[in-house]
Design a protein around this ligand. Structure first.
Ligand code: HEM
Length: 269
């Protein structure tokens, strides 16, 4: 059962009893909600899937999908995180230019990319989807790490130039911790995928994925909390003092991400 090639079970309206996870589906199209699975198995639908403007016809970076709740939640999370990032950009680009503004620009970009990383992999089911998802995921997370390094360099240099003390605020301290964890996470992920021998082979390395997922969500939450802290620094509140707005973007993003988490992919015991 690889490469998204699923045996057709005929015109059944239920899951095969011998193979409960096999549903009648077209290769490359996700069965992501019970409602869609029923539609895909409907005897009334030719080829097992409803033809229409939305079902099974929406191209994404990791394959085609249907207009279902997970797809909607992807956009809730994406739009909300984009709302956060673009507002940071709007505030700093409306301010007078100074070297500092590149810190929030880079960091809010890091936050958006970090949020996309898991979103693009969460619903991958078939081998093809997982492979495509992994390629996009590692590129996006590497870029997030690079923009994070740039953002850190800017604020560190800026403070040094002004003879200001480093890591004095909760935001600054939490920020270094988060960046260090991102570094470990990126390194760990790269080793598991590219050097599985270090972990005792491919099968064992794959067993580590679930820990990478758990730490990934934790670090993403740290990054969001750090960024929320950044929005409450004087430089920002002097220009835009609407904490409700940042909290709204944060909450909607996490509703989107949280609703797409697959708990069965994270069982550690
Ligand atoms: C994941 C996102 C972020 C990380 C990891 C991060 C990290 C950091 C770090 C490590 C420092 C302290 C540097 C030092 O003391 O040498 C700092 C300072 C600062 N950051 Fe961020 N930052 C992030 C997002 C933001 C955002 C979105 C804003 C503004 C909207 C912001 C505004 C500031 C300000 C004003 C300072 C200087 C004051 C202070 O040290 O608290 N940051 N950041």
């Amino acid at each position: 059962m690889v490469d998204g090639t699923y045996p057709m079970i005929g015109n059944t309206n239920h899951v095969n009893e011998n193979y409960p996870d096999l549903v009648n589906r077209r290769p490359g199209i996700k069965s992501v909600s019970p409602r869609i699975s029923m539609e895909e198995n409907s005897p009334l639908i030719e080829g097992g899937i409803q033809e229409g403007p939305f079902n099974g016809s929406i191209p994404t970076l990791t394959g085609r999908t249907s207009f279902n709740s997970e797809f909607t939640m992807y956009w809730v999370a994406t739009a909300s995180s984009l709302m956060f990032t673009s507002t940071v950009w709007y505030i700093v680009l409306s301010a007078e230019h100074e070297f500092f503004i590149w810190h929030p620009i880079f960091m809010s970009t890091t936050l958006f990319l970090l949020t996309q990383g898991p979103l693009l992999l969460q619903t991958a089911e078939t081998r093809e989807e997982k492979e495509k998802g992994l390629n996009v995921h590692r590129s996006i997370q590497s870029l997030a790490f690079l923009t994070g390094i740039c953002g850190f360099y800017i604020i560190y240099t800026n403070k040094k130039d002004h003879n200001a003390e480093h890591f004095t605020s909760a935001h600054g301290m939490f920020g270094v911790l988060t960046l260090s964890l991102i570094f470990i996470q990126v390194l760990g992920g790269a080793l598991v995928v590219n050097a599985p021998a270090l972990f005792g082979g491919v099968a064992r390395a794959r067993g580590i994925y679930k820990y990478h997922r758990i730490s990934g969500y934790t670090i993403l939450l740290f990054a969001w909390l750090t960024a929320l802290g950044g929005t409450q620094r004087d430089w920002v509140t002097d220009r835009f003092n609407h904490i409700w707005f940042w909290l709204l973007a944060f909450t909607l993003t996490w509703i989107g991400i949280g609703s797409r988490v697959k708990l069965n992919k994270m069982k550690v015991l």
